[in-house]
Design a protein around this ligand. Structure first.
Ligand code: CAA
Length: 246
């Protein structure tokens, strides 16, 4: 029976690679996008030549708990099950802490951290009932090591790791594993937005001297989603070119 995966922020830099990786492995993917981005989501779907059985687009505001509860409860009825959840949606609002506004703090917290509750809560019980589930949270190297200019983002990404461990403890007896991936700097629009001189300094610090490719992150998603990873839970897998070893 075809496994069904849900990926938030699916048309983004890493999200696109995750979606493609899961489609290539035979999953049906529910690809969520921010509700105002419907036209772009349809373009992305067409550009990638997805069929309706491979990918279903779903508008989802991951910052809105009531919206997620309603949309995902309906989705579960329609799809019958969700086997794999990839909490990937995330944003940056970089600023030195002295200049950071409460809005920059809150936007990052609600998209990167509150979203874990909003999206996972409506799906978790059904995974437990089914006796199978894979929850994969896309954290960041900067949640592990801390990053200048990212007090908000580092806090949220570190919070994702605490959530991962706590939920792993709850899901284990039901065959639901919960893991995090901590990508390093990856070749996506988010990283390309960093000032070139700042990005050059970051690259110089990476032992591999290059950015990650998005498909190097998605390969880890496929592994953690697979049956082969059944005994791995509560883990954070770094994909960072050696930037932070812990
Ligand atoms: N460590 C120590 N000092 C640093 C520093 C660092 N990593 N980065 C900058 N500084 C210093 C600068 O040298 C500068 O010092 P002087 O005033 O003495 O010259 C001072 O801090 C201010 O730096 P900027 O000129 O860059 O300040 P700004 O206000 O223009 O920009 C910033 C601040 C937006 C935070 C900018 O430094 C920046 O973009 N930094 C990169 C943040 C980053 O890595 N973001 C990751 C985005 S990608 C992502 O998040 C994906 C992922 O998961 C990895």
């Amino acid at each position: 029976m075809t496994k069904v995966a849900l990926v938030t922020g699916a048309k983004g830099g890493i999200g696109s690679a995750i979606t493609q990786g899961l489609v290539d492995a035979g999953y049906r993917v529910i690809a969520t996008y921010f509700p105002t981005g419907e036209a772009k989501a349809k373009e992305w779907f067409a550009e990638n030549n997805y069929s309706d059985s491979q990918v279903r687009l779903l508008p989802l505001d991951v910052t809105d708990a009531a919206y997620c509860e309603e949309a995902l409860t309906t989705l579960l009825k329609e799809e019958g099950k969700i086997d794999v959840l990839v909490n990937n949606a995330g944003i940056t609002r970089d600023s030195t802490f002295k200049r950071m506004t409460v809005q920059q703090w809150k936007e990052v917290m609600s998209t990167n951290l509150d979203s874990l509750f909003n999206v996972t809560h409506p799906l978790f019980a059904s995974m437990c009932d089914n006796g199978f589930g894979r929850i994969i949270n896309i954290s960041s190297v900067n949640g592990l090591k801390g990053q200048f200019g990212q007090a908000n983002y580092s806090a949220a990404k570190a919070g994702m790791i605490g959530f991962t461990k706590a939920l792993a403890a709850e899901g284990a007896r039901y065959g639901v594993t919960v893991n995090a991936i901590a990508p390093g700097y990856t070749g996506t629009p988010m990283v390309e937005a960093i000032k070139p001189e700042v990005l050059d300094a970051i690259k110089a610090e990476i032992p591999m001297k290059r950015l990650a490719q998005p498909n190097e992150v998605s390969a880890s998603v496929n592994f953690l989603a697979s049956d082969a990873a059944a005994y791995i839970t509560g883990e954070t897998l770094s994909v960072n070119g050696g930037l932070y070893m812990h």
